[in-house]
Design a binder for this molecule. Structure first.
Ligand SMILES: Cc1ncc(COP(=O)(O)O)c(C=O)c1O
Length: 440
């Protein structure tokens, strides 16, 4: 094993090497990024897509491939931070959209597409009797919190350090001034029920809702113990609060959502990303007795609009995705292939004695180059510099992944791409695996 100081300097050299390749291969992306800064703050519209030294500019995407401005084609294992579950321009969804385009995209009236789509969601989710559509996961989380506050007459939300529920409910950065209602949020530690119980002992009477990702996604793919989730359910019942599952990422794991896997019924569920078939989307669902407050004819109606909430194209795309793509057999096939990929990656690491933990579940694979599986953000030991090395190496080898090191699989990824990913991973470990010594 190398000495740590020596390894650290090798790690710096390795990153510099991969970065030189990246920069020299992508002059057009760099030029476009510099030009974008003239009109977009930091050359960016969506902070989570930025990575240094500059992000790739994409020019097109089809099926499992994305093409950048310099003409490189990548096997896409970033898949729009989980939103592109069906790959890019899925044929069934595109056909439905094309048929819809000629009939008007924004009626300004109620229509059958929203009812059909909602009916299909209610059929799939045991805990959902009514659905409210919105335009993003963020918006759906905000609406869920306001509904819970209205239903309970209370003011606090209990969440978790590292939870990500949208750009104004970002508990990866709880102090961020972009976050709303900071004074009304109490954060506990994920998978540490005693920290939840302590907050409940102190302020239980004021807690309107517990908001949780049943697998913490953006922070690093931490799987909640089922006993932990069950206890959240029973605490909510004991104190009269609503349990909200943010399934924006986890709904992909089963047709009835991850809640059907752990067999726990939340009061409210948040959906987003791929559920809209690739268009702007968010949804809030739950039991009629809570959800009906959002209806305009309720005696205590909570007024709630949203110009694009029932956008015709989104409703058509989401419905087509559910009826033709997000089918049980496709979900099972993806989960199975993802688990095989997990095993192959772990075998590669074990045979080279490189520490590797693969977090999350099924088709979301969070890489952690460390000996123990992290159960929450505080357990993560893989430093940003190693994540940068991993990402730039993969991009330089034709595989697009995001900086956070989450391999996001889509239903469009091909067998050849899985094998290419496995091979590239092996080469990465051969070349750079020993550098994990720098942060052991
Ligand atoms: C679990 C979770 N909730 C909410 C959101 C926010 O969704 P949107 O980006 O559509 O606002 C995200 C987005 O990454 C997410 O992962």
């Amino acid at each position: 094993m190398l000495q740590s100081a020596e390894t650290r300097s090798k790690l710096d050299d390795a990153v510099a090497h991969e970065q030189r390749i990246y920069e020299s291969s992508n002059p057009t992306s760099r030029r476009k990024f510099e030009a974008a800064k003239e009109v977009l703050p930091g050359g960016n519209t969506r902070g989570s897509l930025y990575f240094d030294p500059f992000p790739l500019f994409f020019s097109s995407a089809r099926s499992s491939k994305v093409t950048d401005a310099d003409g490189h084609e990548y096997s896409d294992f970033g898949n729009d931070l989980t939103a592109a579950l069906f790959g890019h321009s899925n044929e069934a969804i595109v056909a439905a959209l094309q048929a819809g385009l000629d009939n008007g995209v924004s009626y300004g009236g109620t229509h059958d597409h929203e009812v059909a789509f909602a009916r299909e969601i209610c059929r799939r989710f045991q805990s959902i009797e009514r659905v409210r559509f919105l335009t993003s996961g963020t918006e759906a989380n905000v609406a869920a919190i306001q509904l819970a506050k209205a239903e309970t007459g209370r003011c606090l939300v209990l969440g978790f350090f590292g939870g990500y529920h949208g750009n104004v409910l970002n508990w990866l950065e709880p102090e961020s001034e972009m976050n709303v209602d900071r004074a009304d949020v109490r954060l506990a530690r994920y998978n540490h029920i005693e920290t939840v119980e302590q907050i409940v002992r102190e302020e239980g009477e004021d807690i309107a809702a517990i908001l949780v990702e049943p697998i913490m996604g953006s922070a690093g793919g931490f799987v909640a113990d089922t006993a932990f989730l069950r206890r959240l359910r029973s605490i909510c019942d004991e104190i009269g609060a609503l349990l909200i599952f943010d399934e924006v990422q986890t709904a992909r794991f089963a047709v009835g959502g991850y809640q059907s896997i752990v067999d726990i019924s939340p009061n409210l569920t948040i959906l987003g990303k791929f559920f809209g078939g690739g268009l702007n989307f968010g949804a809030l669902g739950g039991a009629a007795r809570h959800m009906d407050r959002l209806g305009p004819t309720h005696v205590r109606a909570l007024s709630h609009g949203g110009t694009f909430s029932n956008n015709v194209l989104t409703m058509i795309a989401g419905y087509a995705a559910l009826k033709e793509v997000l089918l049980e057999e496709n979900v099972d096939r993806l989960n199975t292939r993802s688990n095989e990929l997990r095993s192959a990656l772990l075998r590669q690491a074990n045979s080279r004695r490189v520490p590797l933990q693969l977090g999350s579940f099924g088709s979301l694979i969070s890489t952690h180059f460390q000996a123990d599986m992290p159960r929450g953000p505080e357990d993560v030991q893989t430093p940003p510099i190693f994540r940068k090395l991993f990402q730039l190496f993969m991009i330089n080898n034709g595989i697009f992944i995001t900086r956070r090191g989450q391999l996001t699989l889509s239903m469009a990824n091909t067998e050849d791409e899985y094998l290419a990913l496995e091979n590239a991973f092996g080469v990465f470990l051969d070349r750079y695996g020993e550098l994990t010594d720098a942060f052991r």
